[in-house]
Design a protein around this ligand. Structure first.
Ligand code: GUN
Ligand code: FE
Length: 424
């Protein structure tokens, strides 16, 4: 049965502007795909369809988080006093070691999935840990919730504590198990070498081979911090830039690839990303908290790179992708203060990054154009809408001022998604 919803519909087909349908209709087919949007039922060919009327609420595409570490959820909002490399050693690795225990993993991961749901994130590109069983738990929880995720068991075998190291053969076996697990299409595994300093050349090579063999996407970190970049140059002296170090192991666009941060990517690295279609996950709060720097997102967009937003918990402290839009705009304004040749980001550009652009990593996701999977949020902003605001102003106020309390309905691939259970 096809379904029709009525509300004020806002989305971005292109990054430069919003599509706005006041009292619009959206029709969704049996496979959860958008048939079309219109302001009358006749042009959708749906005169007889039963309409779910959301009244004066806003209907927008759901959020996509392109980079987040589920096992760092306990550390959210703490441990902000170090830069990246000592931060990993002091706070992050000790927490991730605990995920050898699948009971601990399930308790924490349930909370994590529930809170993604809360903030309207229906798809996420997630780092788990080296532990295959705990990674499987996380994949199961996303499946049970009905939410979409690419979940990466993390590759690590050097420069990390003994308890967070895995032999290459063991890693390969773990990935093969996860790749062969029966999974509904919304949840898949993703090849996830943590970053060059954590993986020996043998491990990086094995990751590249796995990606091609099982046609799996790849995620990692790139050019986040200056000490990290210098270290990568020492470890991979033949490489011409950090991105080239990944490329040499088949981990830079040989299959769909997303790299987090790219704060210091320039010249040759940007060219290589363009050539290989490597996507950028921009994580502004993480870049503030671990004092990495300001990623030149306007420059990346001008260069034609594909950019999405990531919360990067727990380098980032905020799971809301709405809030990430605000931070992305604010950091671009600071960047603008230093370099007036790069105009700051607009609301439609950041909304597009969070929806259609990031969504492209998961398939046809993030827009309401025909054929897109219906991932959507219904927003009741009546408590924020106390004067004659336009629909676009209402959306802007929700992005800046709203939170999970105003989200009344969530859909992923056409299905209404209810609150996932946590263990108290
Ligand atoms: N680089 C390698 N691992 C990490 C991590 O866990 N968080 C961030 N922000 N950067 C990383
Ligand atoms: Fe990260």
């Amino acid at each position: 049965m096809k379904k029709v919803y009525k509300a004020h519909i806002l989305y971005t087909k292109e990054r430069s502007c919003f599509e706005v349908l006041e009292n619009g209709y959206i029709a969704v087919d049996d496979n959860g795909r958008v048939i079309g949007v219109a302001t009358d039922l006749a042009s959708l060919g749906c005169e007889d369809a039963e309409v779910t009327d959301f009244g004066d609420r806003l209907l927008i595409p759901a959020m996509n988080d392109l980079h987040v570490h589920a096992p760092q959820y306990r550390n959210q909002g703490i441990a902000m006093d170090l830069e990246l490399l000592p931060w990993l050693q002091s706070y992050t690795f000790p927490e991730e070691m605990k995920y050898a225990d699948t009971g601990y993993a399930e308790r924490m991961y349930r909370r994590f999935v529930r809170d993604l749901w809360r903030f309207g994130t229906m798809r996420a590109c997630v780092f788990a840990t080296i532990h295959t069983e705990s990674t499987r738990v996380l994949m199961r929880l996303f499946q049970e919730a009905g939410m979409g995720a690419l979940v990466g068991k993390v590759g690590m075998n050097r420069n990390c504590p003994e308890g967070l190291t895995e032999q290459v053969e063991e890693m390969v076996r773990g990935y093969e198990e996860l790749a062969n697990d029966e999974c509904p299409p919304l949840v898949r595994t993703i090849i996830t070498p943590r970053f060059i300093p954590s993986c020996t050349p043998e491990m990086l090579r094995a990751c590249g081979e796995l990606a091609v063999k099982y046609q799996l996407p790849v995620q990692s970190h790139l050019s986040e911090n200056k000490d990290e970049i210098a270290w990568v140059q020492e470890l991979e002296p033949e490489s011409s830039c950090y991105g080239d170090a990944y490329d040499r192991y088949g981990l830079f666009g040989q299959t769909p690839t997303v790299m987090a941060h790219c704060v210091w990517s320039d010249g040759e690295e940007v060219e290589l990303m363009k050539r290989r279609g490597v996507m950028v996950a921009h994580c502004p709060t993480s870049n503030f908290n671990v004092a990495s720097g300001m990623a030149p997102i306007r420059h990346f967009l001008d260069e034609g790179l594909h950019v999405g937003l990531g919360s990067d918990i727990s380098g980032g402290h905020d799971l809301s992708i709405f809030r990430m839009m605000v931070y992305a705009i604010q950091v671009s304004k600071m960047h603008y203060q230093q370099n007036h040749e790069l105009p700051f980001l607009t609301l439609s550009e950041t909304f597009w990054m969070a929806t259609k652009s990031a969504g492209s990593f998961f398939g046809r996701v993030g827009s309401f154009e025909p054929g897109y999977e219906f991932d959507a949020l219904v927003i009741d902003d009546s408590d924020l809408n106390h004067d004659n605001y336009s629909l676009l102003e209402r959306l802007e106020r929700y992005i800046y001022l709203g939170d999970d309390r105003q989200i009344t309905h969530r859909f992923c691939c056409g299905k209404a998604i209810t609150e996932p259970k946590i263990i108290i």
